[in-house]
Design a protein around this ligand. Structure first.
Ligand code: 5SP
Length: 236
């Protein structure tokens, strides 16, 4: 059995609880079907993250069957869940954690409207205030990348580095989001689908009206730093 300090064991247990519970948000907001999609969370204070097992039904996910990995994506042996294969996107999540130290959570979905934009290789333009609030501008397109190795992670990091958006539409694939923690990344995935649907419908009705850059900046700053009870600030 791999031994960690008591403090890290507590952090791992909390991350297992959080990541398992957050998968239920993907089904609640209808962002996934069957076993598609995944959530991971970095273990605070350790070079570790927790991710779901591959191809397991959402109803069967629990804290005990989430899988503990190091930042190279290797499963930590003899830990709960380590008898199963981790998510097929584990190498991609690991690449993001290694290369974006400020990121504490990563989420992937094939949510319908956002993935339809990805299938066209088209970024979602910032034409509603909710997009300016959450993403600070357009939601960008990332490159086409093969599933199963670091390619997706490299595409996420390349596209989102220096970008305000917490979401990228990986071309021909779907949504990947990042956040300060796993919950923040899940929220970004929920918001991505919401704005993808609204902007798609708006475009069916006529011409989209851009928001001036200074208004986008102002909306973004207010939402990230003033909105709500305890704003966490932008992701950087
Ligand atoms: O995008 C893909 C495959 O197209 C995968 O990411 C699935 O959406 C989820 O795979 P697991 O996390 O269950 O391996």
């Amino acid at each position: 059995m791999t031994a960690f300090s008591p403090e890290i064991e507590v952090a791992i247990a909390r991350t297992r609880d959080e990541v398992a519970a957050l998968h239920a948000e993907l089904t609640r907001y209808e962002l996934v079907v069957w076993t598609g999609g995944n959530v991971s969370g970095r273990v605070p204070g350790a070079e570790l993250f927790v991710i779901k097992p591959s191809g397991v039904l959402y109803d069967d996910l629990s804290p005990e069957n989430q899988i503990l990995c190091d930042l190279d994506g290797n499963v930590i042996p003899s830990t709960p869940g380590s008898d199963r294969s981790p998510s097929s996107d584990t190498a991609a999540h690991a690449y993001v954690y290694r290369n974006m130290p400020h990121v504490g959570g990563v989420v992937h979905t094939h949510s319908t409207y956002a993935t339809a934009w990805a299938a066209r290789g088209e970024s979602i333009p910032c034409v509603i205030t909710a997009m300016a609030d959450e993403f600070g501008g357009d939601i960008p397109i990332g490159p086409f990348a093969i599933i199963g190795d670091e390619s997706i992670g490299a595409g996420i990091v390349q596209t989102l580095s220096g970008h305000r958006s917490r979401a990228v539409l990986m071309q021909n694939h779907g949504v990947f989001t990042i956040g300060k923690n796993a919950r923040d990344a899940v929220k970004a995935a929920v918001m991505t689908e919401d704005v993808a649907r609204t902007v798609h419908i708006a475009r069916q009705l006529g011409e989209l009206l851009p928001i001036p850059q200074e208004s986008i900046d102002s909306l973004y700053n207010r939402y990230q730093n003033v909105y709500g009870q305890n704003p966490a600030g932008e992701l950087k």
